[in-house]
Design a binder for this molecule. Structure first.
Ligand code: GLY
Ligand code: MN
Ligand code: MN
Length: 436
């Protein structure tokens, strides 16, 4: 992504904050996995959104209207000895030349310099509670200024959650963001296609997972979240991530996996038969989930509200489950009673962007918010029927089906970013039989 995109975002935030404000955005901390081993580093999404800066131990500071330095980036100083171990750093010159900072200081100078930037600002935009250690430091800096008010210092009067402005910005995807999200979607679609093609009875779930990971890494992407690769009963466990069971002939396989590219997530679920052929019962459930998903996707358009796709799913599911004999009663009453929750216990989607469950409010003033062009959401209905349920015929046991796609709201309606990936039962069977 071009540096001008990050600069545009900073300008927008600076305009919204107004003079007399300061925004403070720390990098994500590095986290220990065990002893000397760290988890792979992933930058904080807010800091990435505003700067594209990939290193840990950094803090971005925006001061609208500041004489020379509206954007100050604190980051690690150059240190040839350390860099020999962990790779090159941007350093202060790199922060200015490569990342557009007006000024940059070593992160070790934060305690000395940041209070000076805070002093005289009326409003501090900051996300409290994400990093308790940094919260404490910020409070200490403000207290230091307060102690000096008798000698004329002015301490900030207001703390405002940065999320209010920044997460509203992140909710609406720019053309540059959509280009990356489409690329992440493309890699994910190809990976699912590959996994479907290579799946055979007797393989381990982890072998199918390996096909996904291989394709992601081959294209320079990472996982946006731990993939779910669940055969048979495991497909009914919503957050199954062990992926260590053998795949049985006659079972379904549910794969929920998405690539992350340049920090942007994709999020796709497909469900298909391990042996390439749906049983009639599996197909009946599959077709019902697909019908619900199509009804929900059709509800994605400007002016509809967030909950419209979910309501469409609930209606299609309830009527379908009555038809299949899995629910008994009048659909209208069953919907009122929430009877579908026995088989559909999650909601129909979430915002998607830098975070797989992306930021942005779902309600405004207590009401579901209206969909607007530029928002990206998932549509992911599913039905999960574990074995042994009271009154559930044996033929339905261990059928877990979810179908998930990523959808952008456009001025006219919608664009399914992941629409290039086969979805119908017939198309899946044809693809698994070696067709194209
Ligand atoms: N993969 C996480 C989700 O579907 O929400
Ligand atoms: Mn998913
Ligand atoms: Mn999802």
């Amino acid at each position: 992504m071009k540096m001008s995109e990050f600069a545009r975002r900073r300008r927008q935030l600076i305009r919204m904050m107004g003079n007399g404000s300061i925004a403070i955005v720390p990098a994500a901390p590095e986290r220990l996995r065990n002893r000397d081993v760290e988890y792979p580093y992933r930058q904080d999404s807010d800091l990435h959104y505003l700067t594209g800066f990939p290193e840990p131990e950094a803090v971005a500071v925006l001061v609208p209207g500041h004489r020379h330095s509206e954007f100050v980036l604190f980051c690690r100083a150059l240190d040839p000895e350390r860099e020999a171990w962990t790779g090159p750093r941007a350093g202060q010159k790199g922060a200015v030349d490569g990342f557009g900072a007006d000024d940059s200081f070593p992160i070790t100078d934060l305690d000395d310099i940041l209070p000076g930037l805070l002093e005289g600002c009326e409003r501090v935009f900051y996300t409290m509670g994400r990093d308790p250690e940094f919260d404490r430091r910020l409070i200490a800096w403000v207290n230091r200024i307060r102690e000096n008010t008798r000698s004329g210092s002015r301490s900030p009067a207001e703390f405002i959650s940065l999320d209010l402005l920044l997460h509203e910005m992140r909710l609406f995807k720019s053309a540059a963001e959509l280009r990356v999200m489409r690329a992440a979607a493309r890699i994910t679609m190809e990976a699912h296609r590959r996994a479907m093609r290579r799946c055979r009875p007797g393989m381990g779930e982890y072998e199918v997972e390996a096909e996904l990971l291989y394709h992601f890494r081959r294209h320079g992407a990472d996982v946006a979240y731990p993939p779910i690769v669940g055969g048979g009963a495991n497909g009914c466990v919503l957050h199954y991530v062990r992926n260590d069971a053998p795949l049985q002939d006659g079972d379904l396989l549910l794969i929920d996996a998405g690539a992350e590219l340049e920090c942007y997530a994709s999020d796709i679920t497909r469900t298909f038969p391990v042996n390439g052929r749906f049983t009639p019962a599996q197909r009946a459930i599959y077709d019902l989930v697909l019908k619900a998903q199509e009804a929900a996707i059709a509800k994605v358009r400007p002016g509809n509200h967030w909950n419209d796709p979910h309501q469409a799913v609930v209606r299609v599911f309830t009527e379908g489950l009555v038809r299949l004999g899995l629910l008994k009663g009048r659909p209208a009453q069953l919907i009122k009673d929430g009877a579908y929750r026995r088989f559909y216990m999650h909601r129909t989607g979430h915002w998607l962007g830098l975070d797989v469950h992306d930021v942005g409010d779902y309600k405004v003033d207590g009401k579901w918010r209206l969909l607007e062009p530029g928002m990206v959401l998932t549509v992911e209905p599913g039905l999960y029927i574990p074995a042994g349920g009271k009154g559930v015929a044996r033929k339905w046991w261990n059928i877990g089906v979810r179908i998930e796609d990523d959808v952008r709201v456009t001025p006219e309606g919608r664009e399914v970013l992941t629409g290039g990936l086969i979805r119908s039962a017939d198309a899946i069977e044809a693809w698994m039989a070696g067709g194209d």
